[in-house]
Design a protein around this ligand. Structure first.
Ligand SMILES: Nc1nc2c(ncn2[C@@H]2O[C@H](COP(=O)(O)OP(=O)(O)OP(=O)(O)O)[C@@H](O)[C@H]2O)c(=O)[nH]1
Ligand SMILES: [Mg+2]
Length: 464
């Protein structure tokens, strides 16, 4: 892609509010002349714009003769910059007022306030990164844990793009073969289409796409967290378990059944995987209006859960409520937890397993002294990992847009495979193969519309 004649943009690139430094970033052809106008270096006679790329200069930003702030100015000359345009960054060390005042002056000198994500959008439009990589930048900014950060960085390195480009070029090869066939005029001997070869190639591509698609569930968990609902009858120790996980007393714990009335959620990271823990009201028959509402909410949360921690009290005999809850939960992914193992045990877990189809073996836990907590955490991790098909973490799909594209592309491949099976002509086959290829191109932005771009970049913060 060629350098496009963009205007010069500027924004504050650090978060709003008080901080040690605030950075105003300028990108575009006027970046250098703007800083030349506003900056007066401490070293007299040294013009900031004559300095080498990637150097910093100390001095003042002045509004005519009035000093606004003492700043460090970095100069980065095109094309080796984030946007492939000239970039100037002004590190202000005054507070928010100074940063905004500096920005105001920069805009007065002819820059325009950047839209959200516009710096990254330029990096894309100027061909420095592809669309999947631009989206990775956004994911990195928003990463919740080091695990989600890791998958985003892999995407930024271009691993997903590489894979997609590889699959696209295989489709391209098939297409070339087919088009050669179409171009034969009618009176020549038409070479026969190698249906079997094409079929095998298409199947292989479809297989790889499906593998990526199946990593999405795990990818989504890495990005957004897995909703993990702690459920059970009153007083089994659900809130105590929540607190044990968090290592602080988040939820109220009392010996009185029916303590928790509302849903309490908190994020827990286990080995970098985010779990959204939800402590619920104990499920029971009750006359209390407040408790009835609590139970209703618990039940609807159970149905939303990606994972249930189904808690039973080891120090109590099994009762009907345990059985009812277990029956309601058996079709939801769950881990069975027997709590209060520090007390003398009365629960007949075998009886419970006989009467319901809950998963075994249970984790034996004491929320009170922490026994079994680590084992429970390991099992929760295992649950997430087994969902990804067991192990290849090198490439995990985290982005819903990519997921939808892959589903669509797989559909086109299925079309093509059907056409192969029916021994359809080259023209029809080529049509399906080309659609699949075009759809895949939407991931890296080789094929993209203005709407898609606007949609993606509007999710960025200003200044990125
Ligand atoms: N000995 C012992 N007591 C526990 C343990 N876990 C919870 N308890 C006690 O059991 C009682 C109930 O605990 P909660 O955590 O409030 O139980 P809950 O399931 O949240 O109860 P509701 O909110 O009423 O549904 C409290 O007195 C806790 O101290 C445990 O592992 N061992
Ligand atoms: Mg509770």
């Amino acid at each position: 892609m060629t350098q496009t004649p963009f205007d010069t943009i500027a924004a504050v690139s650090t978060p709003a509010g008080e901080g040690g430094v605030g950075i105003v970033r300028i990108s575009g052809d006027k970046a250098l002349s703007i800083i030349q106008e506003l900056f007066s270096p401490h070293k007299k006679g040294r013009s900031v714009t004559n300095r080498d790329s990637f150097t910093m200069s100390l001095g003042y930003i002045k509004d005519k003769e009035k000093i606004i702030d003492e700043v460090l100015v970095s100069i980065m000359r095109k094309p080796h910059t984030y946007t492939r345009e000239d970039i100037v960054e002004i590190n202000c060390h005054g507070g928010a007022v100074a940063v905004n005042e500096v920005l105001r002056l920069v805009l007065k000198e002819g820059a325009r306030l950047a839209d959200p994500g516009e710096f990254t959008k330029r990096a894309f439009l100027n061909g420095r990164i592809d669309l999947a990589q631009a989206e990775a930048v956004l994911d990195i900014v928003k990463a919740k844990t080091h695990r989600s950060l890791k998958t985003a960085i892999e995407m930024l390195k271009g691993e997903l793009s590489e894979k997609i480009n590889h699959l696209s070029s295989t489709l391209q090869e098939i297409l070339i073969l087919l088009e050669a066939n179409i171009d034969f005029s009618e009176d020549e001997d038409i070479p026969h289409i190698e249906y079997n070869k094409i079929k095998n190639q298409l199947l292989k591509i479809k297989d790889e796409l499906e593998q990526l698609i199946s990593s999405f569930d795990t990818g989504k968990i890495y990005r957004d967290g897995l909703l993990t609902v702690i459920a059970g009858k009153p007083n089994v120790g659900k809130s105590s378990i929540m607190n044990a996980f968090l290592r602080f007393d988040r939820a109220i714990v009392t010996p009185i059944p029916g303590t928790t009335r509302d849903i309490i959620t908190e994020q827990l990271n286990i080995d970098g995987v985010p779990f959204i823990l939800a402590d619920t009201a104990g499920i029971t028959e009750t006359d209390s209006v407040v408790e009835i509402e609590g139970v209703k909410r618990s039940k609807s949360y159970m149905n939303l859960a990606g994972l249930l921690l189904l808690v039973f009290d080891g120090s109590e005999e099994l009762d009907e409520r345990d059985i009812d809850i277990a029956k309601g939960a058996q079709s939801i992914p769950h881990l069975t937890v027997v709590n209060k193992i520090d007390l003398s045990q009365k629960l007949d877990i075998d009886d419970l397993v006989k009467k319901t189809r809950i998963s075994t073996p249970p984790v034996y836990l004491s929320a009170k002294n922490g026994t079994g907590l680590e084992e429970l955490e390991m099992k929760m991790l295992e649950h997430v990992r087994s969902g990804s098909g067991g192990g290849d973490y090198s490439l995990i799909l985290t982005n819903t847009r990519h997921y939808n594209i892959l589903i669509k592309a797989t559909g086109e491949l299925e079309h093509a495979l059907k056409a192969v099976q029916q021994r359809k002509g080259a023209e029809l086959l080529a049509f399906d193969v080309r659609s699949a290829m075009d759809i895949l191109g939407e991931i890296t932005g080789r094929v993209s519309s203005k709407d898609i771009l606007d949609d993606i970049f509007s999710n960025f913060c200003i200044g990125k």
